[in-house]
Design a protein around this ligand. Structure first.
Ligand SMILES: [Zn+2]
Length: 194
């Protein structure tokens, strides 16, 4: 089984001929004509909905059963101005990522002045020369950064996650509002006997 996205105006016969050739070459005996059904009644709102629909039709099981292709709106291809909220969230995300990177860089254990750094986990005293770039203890592999630093990094991570979630939500809503501007494509899931 594989998932193939085709343009709405793709030459179906040419696609099927190429698929038949590929499967012959791979020793699967080719692709029987008439096996694939192009079901054009409903244009599904996005890729996932199209895939679910094909699954409901039974077209994702390998074997000699029928296969299906359905049209869907390719929301990644929407040609519309991003919403102000989307832009703001993207900027916020970029700023948070930059601040996190800067904070991590400034707080590497090897930036400390002392000759030896203690590991709170295993008690080793690690000489500066052996402190790893990834801040892990060379003996027990635990993060050697202080609680304060780790908490601060986790707090960045939580804020980045929240902003990312808010952005996905806003993108989805924007996609729904601009659905008509998304190009229609075919999702094809050909299966073959293995
Ligand atoms: Zn250690």
């Amino acid at each position: 089984m594989c998932e193939v996205v085709l343009d709405k105006d793709e030459d179906r016969n040419r696609y099927l001929a190429a698929l038949d050739d590929d499967l012959c070459m791979e020793g699967h005996g080719g692709y029987p004509s008439g096996k694939l059904h192009w079901v054009s009644g409903t244009v599904y709102p996005d890729y996932d909905a199209a895939k679910e629909a094909i699954g409901r039709m039974g077209g994702t099981d390998s074997g000699f059963d029928d296969d299906y292709a359905v049209p869907f709106r390719d929301v990644n291809g929407i040609d519309a101005k991003p919403s102000a909220k989307m832009t703001a969230l993207e900027n916020r995300l970029a700023a948070l990522r930059a601040k996190r990177a800067e904070y991590v860089a400034e707080n590497h254990v090897n930036r400390r002045q002392s000759a030896l750094v203690g590991c709170a986990e295993c008690g080793s005293k690690v000489s500066r020369a052996y402190i790893r770039d990834d801040d892990r203890c060379p003996v027990c592999e635990k993060d050697m950064r202080s609680d304060t630093v780790r908490k601060r990094v986790s707090s960045f991570d939580a804020r980045i996650r929240d902003a990312g979630k808010a952005l996905s939500k806003e993108k989805k809503a924007w996609g729904v509002r601009n659905a008509k501007k998304a190009p229609v494509k075919w999702l094809v899931i050909p299966t073959w006997h293995v």
